[in-house]
Ligand binder design. Structure first.
Ligand code: SAM
Length: 212
């Protein structure tokens, strides 16, 4: 998702207290930001932030960090926080390629990937957020029994993501290629902006939950 350039959005992000501006300074000490020892869950590629903000509202005893590459997109999340502030969430504007410089070993308890960009060209496979390259980064920051949850309506990307698991040393815990008709996996489902849009068009939603 890349919104049209919004004049001044970089400056607005730079001035926001809801955004952590030098996140590498908090590597291994994210609980200082929240002032407690609650578990940390992150969403990579949060877009406008509806999903992670809904989770934060529902789970006050979990700390959430939303990560988004583009200021123009993150700005939407920041604006939502300004009108409805939540104490247990903050944002980072960064490329997730840098994630191991920002979170310490086993500092994160859960990772969400929702409707990640598909990068359809083979030569761009390493940029896909469920690729083996990214899985090895997640391996460094996630607690040993931690899980990654991934949703998408893109069947090619989902197939790719499934094929990446074994070479990267991950295992399927749960999987469906039609989430909205899977009673068990649908329990407690929180919709993302893209999920609402694509499921209302009739696209089946794929989801996996993986562990090492
Ligand atoms: N997760 C949201 C949803 O489901 O509604 C947004 C999905 S949108 C298709 C994917 C988002 O991931 C975009 O906002 C994009 O900028 C962000 N993104 C893609 N690659 C990223 C990366 N390497 N690091 C951080 N954000 C990334």
């Amino acid at each position: 998702m890349r919104l049209r350039n919004i004049t001044g959005c970089r400056e607005m992000i730079a001035a926001s207290d809801y955004v952590i501006h030098e996140p590498q300074n908090y590597k291994g000490k994210w609980n200082e930001i929240f002032g407690n020892d609650h578990p940390i869950h992150i969403e990579i590629g949060m877009g406008k932030g509806r999903f992670i903000m809904d989770l934060a509202r529902m789970n006050p005893d979990i700390n959430y960090v939303g990560i988004e590459k583009y200021s123009s997109v993150l700005l939407r999340g920041v604006q939502k926080m300004e009108s409805d502030p939540l104490p247990n969430i903050c944002f980072i504007r960064m490329d997730a390629e840098e994630i191991t410089g920002v979170f310490g070993r086993e500092e994160v308890d859960k990772i969400y990937l929702n409707f990640s960009d598909p990068w359809p060209k083979d030569r761009h496979a390493k940029r896909r957020l469920p690729s083996r390259e990214f899985l090895s980064r997640y391996d460094q920051i996630l607690v040993r029994d931690g899980v990654i949850e991934f949703k998408t309506d893109n069947h090619n990307l989902f197939q790719f993501a499934l094929e990446e698991l074994e070479p990267a040393g991950w295992q399927l815990k749960q999987m469906t290629q039609d989430l909205h008709h899977n009673e068990e996996m649908m329990q407690g489902n929180v919709m993302t902006e893209y999920e609402e849009r694509f499921s209302s068009m009739g696209n089946p939603i794929c989801k996996y939950v993986i562990t090492r």
